[in-house]
Write a protein that binds this ligand. Structure first.
Ligand code: GAL
Length: 805
């Protein structure tokens, strides 16, 4: 009885929402009201299975991040040390209105991994690759009344990805209902061809239209382009459509004069509205954002966008969102990109797989260039159970789907067919490279194809030997940048991955020497600190990499270096090189896992932005008499003067290739102060004080007003301060959180790579003075109050408002 009522209400809601568009496309989030079971339950695919005891949840969902760290978890520390396994999802739903006469499609943006889907007990499909988006036509098995969709996710075979993958339906799911004559899934392709002088653009639109009515049909196609302000700038003729059963591929051209270009600084997009009409009525309509820009890679001059030279100042990012795991959240991705933007980053490499579609939308909107990457391996494995097992049967479909899904994003400037692929070392690499490049080029001739390579001897690199790549993507080997044009005459060059420096935020060993951890590929790593930390002085790196400054200096020197992608922008879960357990997340990030910048963030900011920067390190709490190296990163100034307790320690300015200045200072308690000056005029002042004992907590929210949409986030930084308000640089107090009102704690973190505290908790120890609480809005507008308490410290509260938008 109750169930019946539930379905009636559901039906009414669905019907009400589609009523006004009964004839047109309806695309709705399909994230709510799923049931989940962790473990294997093959009987669950049956419609009669009783899931009453299963957990109810809203997608996106990553079950690994909810688990406990354990060295014995099959994913190993390299995979993040969290549980993987098998999980089942079920959802009951009412089919969209008039579904018998329409086409209903389910879209999965990503399921990690090996998903199998059943609708009403009928098998719909299997998709092994966990980083790809896919869709199924459900029409055949839909029925009136209750329908049940079941998804099995199998991430049990480990080790798999070389980093943390997450497990489950970790990206969004959508349900789309269209008429039987409609625009196909990923059926709109926009190719804006800009004239060389930039004065006009020919927008070539490809439209795939399906006719699933089993009868021939006629109709009309109209494309309209709107500018950012919603003003119609061009409308095509109405093209007559003669539709046999099957797909029809149409191309139309629209020209625009004096187009507004998309760029990193001004990421302006246009909106294309594609309409299908029958008998004068719109029966389908789809909106596609696109941008107009030109770019070029030149073997001598490097990269240019819209005719202007620019270096690619890129970072590689894995897909996890720290304490939130792999579960997609737009505000968490936006925060990552905001932090990167403020550092001066203008490009992202989606290492080493296609990202969530929303990530690319953000890159389009915020102005980032993107290197969209398909694979980390081909037929030869890196780990026992990785994608090499699926590569033979699936690489064509997966690669095609990446390009089809992502082709309209103005941010994407490169398709990468793979990272450090083992086939570069043997002759099988030749045929495979040619095949993969052809797959991409058959779909998109406008963007170059790259692969990130490590073998630097041309004759020994079979991926290069294939002669099919447009650009040589070199990983590491920064000393080889110089002679690249001699060794590879007229070859376009990008440093596709660089650096791999190792740092723990707020942790400093003496900066007397550069450490390579590990020092080579043979010797067991025995160096390192007892507390699993790495110095943040930019003096530690993997042996194949470099410090941040070492690579940056080389990349700056040569015009033929189109740019770099630093490994990595953020720390990520897994790959805790060089340390063993309990280390479980990476040390490579310029920003830690919680989103707190390490000092090298300001090195890049001083080099990659024009805003005035002055940053001094380390902290100022040392043992008496110790000699401490004080570094300053700065720009827009001729010199920096350092003072200790009011006494000048001298002026310094960067000489030659220098990227920082340094003073050796005999430590004494007090205040360290730096002033940068230009032409004698003060530009910036920075001060660090010796902190006393922890006394109070400060809470700072990145956003105080968020949407009451059940998804939006506020990231609250928790700072442990002494009684005078100075950050206590080694504070590790346990902080307890209490949350009241219209929100909940989505995750906690402190950025320390070897913490085994859970991410889903209402407490966290501070690490080097800081920790983080991530607050998620519920769906009701109101207020959220977060209170942080800690033994012996004055507590603190913060209010966040949630609003319906
Ligand atoms: C690279 C690899 C990355 C990461 C990095 C760590 O060789 O492409 O995925 O493993 O090393 O330094």
């Amino acid at each position: 009885m109750i169930n019946n009522l539930k379905y009636k209400i559901l039906f009414l809601m669905l019907f009400a929402s589609v009523g006004t568009y009964a004839q047109s496309r309806v695309r709705e989030s399909f994230n709510k009201n799923w049931k989940f079971f962790l473990g294997d339950e093959p009987k669950a695919k049956s419609t009669t299975f009783n899931d009453a005891k299963w957990r109810k949840l809203t997608l996106p969902h990553d079950w690994s991040i909810e688990g406990k760290f354990d060295e014995k978890n099959p994913a190993k520390p390299e995979g993040g040390g969290l549980p993987t396994g098998i999980g089942w999802y079920r959802k009951d739903f009412i089919a969209p209105a008039n579904f018998q006469n329409r086409i209903t499609t389910i879209e999965f943006d990503g399921v990690y991994k090996n998903s199998e889907v059943w609708l009403n007990g009928q098998f719909i499909g299997k998709r092994p690759y966990g980083y790809i988006s896919f869709a199924y036509d459900l029409s055949k098995y839909l029925k009136a009344g209750k329908n049940t969709i079941v998804v099995k996710v199998d991430n049990s075979a480990q080790p798999d990805s070389r980093w943390y993958s997450g497990s489950g339906i970790y990206r969004n799911v959508w349900l789309t209902s269209t008429s039987k004559v409609a625009i196909a899934h990923w059926g709109v392709k926009v190719d804006p061809q800009l004239s060389t002088d930039g004065s006009k653009v020919l927008v070539n639109v490809g439209t795939i239209i399906y006719n699933k009515t089993k009868q021939n049909q006629t109709g009309a196609l109209i494309n309209s382009i709107y500018d950012e302000n919603g003003k119609l700038v061009k409308k095509s003729n109405s093209y007559f459509l003669k539709l046999d059963t099957g797909n029809l591929d149409m191309t139309t051209d629209l020209s625009i004069k004096n187009p507004i270009l998309w760029s990193v600084a001004h990421p302006k997009q246009y909106k294309l509205v594609t309409e299908i009409l029958q008998n004068g009525k719109v029966i389908d309509s789809k909106t596609t954002l696109f941008g107009i820009r030109s770019f070029n890679f030149d073997a001598q001059k490097g990269f240019s966008l819209n005719g202007k030279s620019m270096k690619i100042q890129g970072v590689c990012l894995h897909h996890d969102l720290g304490a939130l795991g792999a579960a997609v959240n737009v505000s968490a991705m936006e925060r990552q990109l905001e932090i990167m933007k403020a550092m001066g980053v203008n490009a992202i490499r989606t290492a080493h797989n296609p990202p969530a579609p929303e990530f690319l939308d953000l890159c389009d909107k915020m102005g980032f260039l993107v290197m969209d990457e398909a694979f980390d391996m081909w037929a030869k494995k890196k780990n026992k159970n990785d994608y090499h097992l699926n590569f033979p049967n699936w690489h064509r479909t997966d690669l095609e789907d990446m390009v089809k899904r992502d082709i309209n994003h103005p941010s994407i400037i490169l398709w990468s067919i793979g990272n450090e692929i083992r086939e570069q070392f043997d002759s099988t690499g030749i045929a495979l490279t040619k095949e993969l490049v052809t797959i991409v080029k058959n779909l998109d001739r406008t963007r170059p194809v790259i692969s990130a390579l490590t073998e630097t001897i041309a004759e020994k690199n079979f991926i290069y030997q294939a002669g099919a790549l447009d650009i040589y993507g070199l990983n590491y080997n920064h000393k080889k940048y110089k002679d690249f044009p001699i060794n590879y005459p007229n070859v376009k060059f990008l440093a596709a991955e660089t650096t791999s420096a190792l740092e723990t935020r707020g942790y400093y060993d003496t900066a007397d020497s550069i450490r390579r951890w590990p020092k080579d590929g043979k010797t067991k790593f025995t160096e390192g600190n007892k507390d699993w930390a790495a110095s943040a002085y930019d003096n530690v790196s993997a042996y194949w990499g470099s410090t941040h400054e070492e690579t940056l200096k080389e990349a700056k020197k040569y015009n033929h270096v189109s740019g770099i992608f630093v490994w990595t922008g953020f720390d990520y879960l897994g790959e805790p090189l060089p340390y063993a357990w309990p280390a479980r997340s990476s040390y490579f990030g310029i920003v830690d896992l919680a989103g707190f910048p390490k000092d090298s963030y300001y090195l890049y900011q001083s080099e990659w932005t024009n805003k005035p920067v002055l940053h001094i390190l380390p902290h100022w709490n040392w043992s008496a008499g110790r000699s401490v190296e004080v570094w300053a990163y700065y720009n827009n100034a001729d010199e920096v003067e350092l003072y200790l307790n009011g006494k000048s320690l001298g002026k310094k300015s960067k000489q030659g290739e220098d990227l920082h200045v340094m003073w050796k200072v005999n430590y004494e308690v007090g205040t360290l102060k730096a002033i940068s000056r230009k032409g004698g005029k003060e530009v910036l002042v920075r001060e660090i004080k010796t902190a006393g004992a922890p006394a109070k907590i400060e809470l700072i929210a990145d956003r105080k007003n968020i949407k009451a949409d059940g998804k939006d986030l506020s990231f609250i930084t928790v700072r442990v301060l002494d009684k005078d308000g100075s950050l206590v640089p080694n504070a590790d107090n346990l902080v307890n959180f209490k949350i009241e009102g219209e929100g909940f704690i989505a995750g906690v973190d402190n950025g320390f790579q070897a913490s085994l505290e859970p991410f889903k908790a209402s407490y966290r120890k501070a690490f080097n003075g800081l920790c983080l609480a991530i607050i998620q809005a519920k769906e009701k507008a109101g207020t959220i109050k977060l209170t942080a308490t800690s033994n012996g410290l004055a507590s603190s509260s913060i209010l966040i408002t949630t609003v319906k938008k």
